[in-house]
Design a protein around this ligand. Structure first.
Ligand SMILES: *Cc1c(COP(=O)(O)O)cnc(C)c1O
Length: 371
């Protein structure tokens, strides 16, 4: 029998209810206007999101994975190229490299912050390397200044995977503003979530912006005038209307996530079996995910499930060790940090509306497990 859920991993209903009137009316107005592709909601969301990030352009696309693919294709990444990225991420980051015909080259993670270990990048750069994709994982940015310096030194494109880092900052640099282009996802559970698939690309480069917009729209800026072959990847109008209602609340939601994370960190500080996430002093962490390392992780996870507390693992297998990458012949020892964390990482419930009482209950339950 399914146990009663006391603390869900994420609760999207609460946020919807808090904005129900505005969201319902935004969705209905798209139907009333019958502008189902493009139109004002898309243009205004693109403008609003570019402004929120501090970039010149923002291009609405179908989802975050397409955003990465469109960027890499438009940069001319192709067969024979290598693209450097991080061993611990969602597969979109590496599968889009392969879909361009290029080879993903994986780097181990920083032991404290889980993002790409910048000290291990340079040794992997070859004359085939064309780009580096750092992922601002769990809501905390990678050391983007150092990655940027490396890219300049070796003449490589810097592409930021910002799917988990909307309005995150590092040394006062906003996510999505340093690279030649950056990919954002609005998958429902992301910090800014649509009610279906949606994504955006940000860039300050005018000609790349035009190229990416064309590629995402069958290679045409004007209908029937195809300058090249492209794909069909558009930001859905209904999703744009919803995102326009939600965007003004994002900063506040991010702050609530941070507040929840700080409470978790405080309450878990004296649990010796648990390592809580470290916040880089130079970072504005937006806690897309709250990831601990726990002794007896699987047993703890089962125990919490039985008590009605949902948890997840991000990610159960690091990218290079997935069957999809068997052909690269990687071993766990190639990524000593990321692979040594695989059996201890655990993502606890994290969303803005999580209550103090839920967090306290969760921590008490964890303490009871280790007693
Ligand atoms: C969610 C996510 C993506 C992909 O976004 P979709 O909108 O689901 O396609 C890419 N990279 C990372 C790190 C993600 O977390």
């Amino acid at each position: 029998m399914q146990e009663k859920i006391i603390v869900p991993f994420v609760d999207l209903k609460l946020q919807y209810l808090s904005l129900k009137k505005e969201i319902d009316s935004a969705v209905l107005s798209v139907m009333e206007n019958t502008t189902f592709i493009g139109g004002e909601p898309v243009t205004s969301f693109e403008n609003n999101f570019a402004q929120a990030c501090g970039t010149k352009h923002s291009i609405g696309v179908g989802n975050g994975t397409d955003a990465l693919y469109i960027i890499l294709k438009s940069l001319g990444i192709t067969a024979g190229d290598e693209v450097i990225t991080v061993a611990n991420s969602w597969i979109s980051t590496s599968e889009t490299i392969s879909q361009c015909g290029a080879k993903p080259v994986f780097i181990d993670i920083d032991p404290d912050y889980y993002s790409i270990d910048v000290n291990k990048i340079e040794e992997k750069i070859t004359n085939k390397t064309k780009a580096i994709i750092p992922v601002h994982l769990f809501g905390q940015m990678a050391e983007i200044d150092k990655v940027s310096t490396l890219c300049k030194k070796h003449n490589l494109f810097l592409v930021e995977d910002c799917a988990q880092s909307h309005l995150s900052e590092y040394k006062e640099i906003e996510a999505g503003t340093t690279g030649i282009a950056s990919a954002f996802s609005f998958y429902p559970g992301k910090n800014l979530g649509a009610y279906g698939d949606a994504g955006v690309i940000t860039t300050n480069d005018d000609s790349l912006a035009t190229k990416m917009r064309m590629f995402a729209n069958h290679g045409a800026m004007v209908k029937h005038q195809h300058q090249m072959e492209g794909i069909n990847s558009r930001l859905d109008t209904i999703q744009a209307a919803i995102l326009n209602v939600k965007l003004p609340h994002l900063q506040k939601w991010n702050e609530q996530r941070l507040k929840n994370a700080l409470l978790y960190n405080h309450l878990l500080a004296d649990v010796s079996e648990i390592t809580t996430p470290k916040i880089n002093p130079a970072a504005k962490h937006i806690f897309h995910l709250y990831v601990i390392r726990a002794e007896k992780r699987n047993e703890l996870m089962d125990y919490l499930t039985k008590k009605g507390i949902q948890t997840q693992i991000h990610y159960p297998t690091i990218l290079p060790l997935l069957p999809a990458y068997n052909y690269l012949n990687h071993k766990a020892e190639d990524f000593p940090i990321a692979s040594s964390y695989q059996d201890s990482i655990l993502s606890l419930p994290m969303f803005p509306e999580l209550t103090k009482e839920q967090i306290q209950l969760l921590v008490e339950t964890i303490k009871a497990f280790y007693k």
